[in-house]
Write a protein that binds this ligand. Structure first.
Ligand code: ATP
Length: 248
């Protein structure tokens, strides 16, 4: 089916501390209800691209200095991260960032702080999160610090879901996780996408896994998109095979 365009990043440049040019004109599109993967080596600019969209750049003295970012036609590059959350865009940061001293359930509940639709609705979302992440339900009372890396990644995604997002920006979900757990996390992402219609823009160094689960991919090198397209075509591309899938 034809998908409606959701996010349109158009020729953005990002500068840190007024001088370091990190993104050199990145353009990408995310259709509503799709999973789009940002691929590339360490330092290519994946995280910066996500932070430009959610505008968490401000916190690091970074800024979009050229180009535009639109969400359903509305320009958003100057909106605060909180205003983005209100529009249904939530970022899950790299490294998971659970509150170590809080229980899993308390962590999840912190994701609902912007909700204005009442406790019953929030409780319903919590139950829904538990149906997608049964492991979190089992561990609901455990302090996050004592849960596994995989459970913490699930907790970070679950917390984002508590805000009822339309789009989740997911930074390196596979980082530091055993292959089997990575697969489990990606399966849940796929389920959330197909059953709940959540749109995902995810940064991944695990090209193989990302190309298995995403619909579209963008490959970044030194702050530029060097290749993009449906994952089927990227998987067949000789350069991708050689440099990103280690099949050279
Ligand atoms: P990673 O896998 O490490 O997250 P990445 O592809 O996401 O890699 P970015 O984190 O976006 O890459 O970094 C892109 C470039 O910007 C790197 O060269 C990095 O050193 C630089 N950079 C990132 N954050 C800052 C900052 N706060 N100030 C200055 N330079 C930065």
């Amino acid at each position: 089916p034809e998908r409606r365009e959701f996010l349109d990043v158009n020729g953005i440049e990002v500068i840190y501390n007024h001088v370091i040019l990190v993104l050199k004109g990145v353009s990408l599109r995310v259709a509503e209800g799709s999973i789009v993967a940002l691929l590339g080596a360490n330092g290519a600019g994946k995280t910066t691209t996500l932070r430009a969209v959610s505008n968490l750049l401000q916190a690091e003295r970074g800024a979009v200095t050229k180009g535009s970012i639109s969400l359903r036609g509305e320009r958003i590059e100057n909106l605060s991260p909180a205003a983005l959350v209100e529009r249904g865009v939530i970022q899950v940061m790299e490294g998971r960032h659970c509150f170590a001293h809080l229980s899993i359930e308390e962590n999840l509940m912190t994701g609902a702080y912007t909700r204005r639709d009442g406790r019953a609705a929030v409780a319903q979302t919590l139950e829904k999160v538990y149906t997608y992440f049964p492991r979190l339900k089992t561990r609901r009372s455990s302090q996050a610090a004592y849960t596994s890396g995989g459970e913490q990644q699930m907790c970070a995604i679950g917390r984002a879901l508590m805000a009822n997002p339309r789009m989740v920006l997911l930074d390196e979900p596979s980082m530091g996780l055993a292959p089997q757990i990575v697969e489990e996390v990606f399966e849940i992402v796929k389920d959330l996408n197909t059953k709940e219609g959540v749109t995902f823009l995810l940064a991944e160094q695990n090209t193989r896994m990302a190309l298995r689960y995403a619909h579209e991919g963008y490959i970044l090198e030194s702050g530029r998109v060097v290749m993009d397209g449906p994952v089927e075509s990227l998987r067949e591309n000789e350069d991708v095979k050689e440099f990103y899938l280690g099949m050279g």
